[in-house]
Design a protein around this ligand. Structure first.
Ligand code: UDP
Length: 249
C-alpha cells in the first residue's frame, strides 16, 4: 500500500527524496498539481470538516509533515517510515529547479519575506529562476489580480505560504484558473528561507521533538499543541473505522 488513510485523509507513504522526485516530474506534465503537507493539527481539522477533507483528498500528493502523522500511521498498522516535512521537500525541489531552469513564484508571507527568500536563494543558487513574489495579505477582490500576476510570471512551481488551512483552500479554489504545473502549500517555509523564522535544530527534528522546541520558544503555542494529544486519541479510538484499502487505483 502506498497510502495510509488517517481519519479519512489518504496520506502518501513517501520520504523527502521520493516526494521531491515526484514533484519534479509533475513540473513537466501538462496540468496543474496540488501538493499539501498536513500535520496532525490539519488532519484534525479535516476529520471534523468534510469539505476540507475532500480538498485534501483532491491533492496529487499529501506528505506527513509532523511526527504525529507518522505515529498515527503506526497506530493504524500501515506505517509511514519517516516524516516528509514540507520545508525539507521544498528545499530539495528548489535545489533541483535551480539546475533545471524551471521557474518559481513565491506567494505568501508578510511584505518583503518573499523578496528576502529570493535574495537568499539567488546567493546560494546563482542560476535559480525566481520570477515573482507576492505577499500573502490580500482582500478577496484582489485575488483575480494575484492569479493574473502568477500566470503572467510564467512560473512552473508556486510555493503558496498562507498558513493552513487557508493555503490549501486557496489552491483548490483557484486551481482551474492557474497555469503553473505545481502548487505546494508549505506554510511558514518562506519565513525560514528568508531567515525571518528559524527552524528547530536538526537534533530536535531527528528525535521527533520539533514540537517541543517550538513550544519552548513560543509558549503561546500551547493551545494549538493540545490538538496533538486529541489527534492521537482520535486515531486510537476512531482511526480503524476508515478503510486502508483504496477502492479505486
Ligand atoms: N500568512 C499569510 N497570509 C495570511 C496569514 C498568514 O501570508 O493571511 C503567512 C504568514 O506570514 C506565514 C505563513 O503564512 O509566513 C504561515 O503562517 P503560520 O505560521 O500561522 O501557519 P502554519 O504554517 O504554522 O499553519
Amino acid at each position: 500500500m502506498d497510502k495510509v488513510n488517517i481519519l479519512g485523509v489518504w496520506v502518501d507513504k513517501v520520504n523527502i527524496g521520493e516526494a521531491a522526485d515526484k514533484i519534479f516530474k509533475m513540473l513537466d506534465e501538462n496540468r496543474p498539481h496540488m501538493i499539501f503537507t498536513p500535520n496532525s493539527e490539519i488532519l484534525m481539522v479535516a476529520y471534523k470538516d468534510l469539505k476540507f477533507r475532500e480538498i485534501l483528498n483532491r491533492a496529487d500528493m499529501l506528505t506527513a509533515d509532523g511526527i504525529g502523522v507518522v505515529y498515527a500511521s503506526k497506530i493504524l498498522k500501515n506505517p509511514i517510515k519517516e516524516r516528509a516535512a514540507g520545508f525539507d521537500i521544498t528545499c530539495k525541489v528548489l535545489e533541483k529547479v535551480a539546475e533545471s531552469g524551471h521557474k518559481v513564484f513565491f506567494f505568501g508571507g508578510k511584505e518583503g519575506v518573499g523578496k528576502k527568500a529570493k535574495e537568499n536563494l539567488e546567493q546560494k543558487y546563482p542560476f535559480i529562476q525566481i520570477v515573482g513574489t507576492r505577499n500573502g495579505y490580500f482582500k478577496p477582490e484582489e485575488e483575480p489580480e494575484i492569479i493574473r500576476e502568477i500566470n503572467e510570471s510564467g512560473a512552473d512551481l508556486v510555493l503558496v505560504c498562507l498558513g493552513a488551512p487557508a493555503q490549501e483552500k486557496w489552491i483548490a479554489r483557484n486551481i482551474d484558473s492557474l497555469h503553473a504545473k505545481v502548487f505546494m502549500g508549505v506554510g511558514g517555509s518562506l519565513d525560514v528561507l528568508a531567515g525571518t523564522a528559524e527552524r528547530a535544530p536538526e537534533f530536535w527534528c531527528n528525535h521527533g521533538i520539533e514540537w517541543l522546541y517550538r513550544l519552548l520558544k513560543q509558549p503561546s503555542r500551547i493551545g494549538r499543541m493540545m490538538a496533538l494529544p486529541k489527534f492521537a486519541l482520535t486515531v486510537l479510538f476512531k482511526g480503524r473505522r476508515f478503510p486502508q484499502e483504496k477502492a479505486e487505483g
